[in-house]
Design a binder for this molecule. Structure first.
Ligand code: SF4
Length: 296
């Protein structure tokens, strides 16, 4: 079986920086212990396990402000690459916690945009995934009543703004341009004067475009990424919807099922921007060693 390694794939600059910051914090003996990460540093179990082995505990399974309540007085907390709401940062200051902010510069750019638009009198329609930490942080830049989340076409019907409100549409960084197109069109149909700010980051865009391009020349695409990784799930989606080719997501080499490849001659591999290189390398090696004679 031919194995095409799609580039770019895997860790993006925001994730590399967040992991580097966390490793440095763990090494620094002057940093007060215990050290926590508010949510998964990036949505990947292997990355979380690595930090755990360095003595950094991950607090997970809730909104950031709720998780912060679990951090004891005097401890250290790291904010993840997904960004953090100013309200949670302020709460950390008030509680005199030591904090490090690993927010990706591309997410900070979206926060700044929302702040500016709010100051100019706009309300924000944020297109993003429900329950994901990035919308939680970014939407926290706007006062209540001046921001609404849109994840589906049904959400557009529920938007509370009247026609005279100046509106800015802002997208989450890890969505796909193909998905957001239909949601933006639905919002603009209801609010024709709404301004559009496409905030999908370059790393996400390049990985998606490369996956779609490579998919046209193979029988199937394997995406390596965690089930909670928004950008990994989007990679599967764009291959299926835009390129019309089969795609599967696996978290690690153990998830590969030989049955999937019985009639496949050429497979392409990519990885979400939160997937460690080593995990993807193991998947590629397995595929390269997959023996066609085992197909029957
Ligand atoms: S996916 Fe984009 S926004 Fe998210 S951490 Fe990577 S570069 Fe930053």
């Amino acid at each position: 079986m031919d194995v095409v390694k799609i580039t770019p794939r895997g860790y993006c600059y925001g994730v590399v920086d967040a992991m580097t910051m966390a490793r440095q914090v763990a090494k620094d003996s002057n940093v007060p212990r215990p050290i926590y990460v508010l949510g998964q540093i990036v949505h990947n179990r292997h990355a979380v396990d690595e930090l755990e082995s360095l003595g950094i505990k991950t607090l997970d399974g809730g909104r950031r402000d709720e998780l912060l309540d679990q951090v004891p007085e005097g401890a250290t907390v790291i904010f993840t690459a997904h960004g953090i709401s100013p309200h949670v940062k302020e709460k950390a200051r008030q509680r005199r916690l030591n904090f490090f902010d690993a927010t990706c510069p591309d997410v900070t750019k979206t926060h700044t945009l929302i702040q500016e638009k709010i100051q100019q009198g706009y309300s924000i329609i944020y297109i993003g995934s429900k329950g994901h930490p990035e919308p939680e942080g970014a939407m926290g830049e706007a006062p209540e009543g001046r921001v609404a989340l849109v994840s589906t076409i049904d959400d557009v019907r529920e938007l509370p703004f009247d026609g005279s409100t100046p509106l800015a549409i802002v997208t989450q960084t890890t969505l796909s341009q193909w998905d957001t197109e239909s949601l933006i069109a639905a919002v603009q149909e209801r609010y024709p004067l709404a301004e559009v700010h496409n905030e999908i980051c370059l790393a996400t865009q390049l990985r998606q475009e490369a996956a779609v391009k490579a998919a046209s020349d193979v029988d199937m695409v394997v995406v390596v990424g965690d089930r909670r990784s928004n950008n990994s799930n989007r990679l599967v989606e764009v291959v299926k919807k835009v390129a019309g080719k089969p795609a599967v997501r696996v978290e690690q080499v153990e998830d590969l099922n030989p049955v999937w490849f019985q009639s496949i001659d050429r497979v392409a591999v990519t990885a979400g921007s939160s997937t460690p290189t080593q995990v993807t390398r193991e998947v590629i090696r397995w595929l390269e060693e997959y023996c066609p004679t085992e197909r029957n």
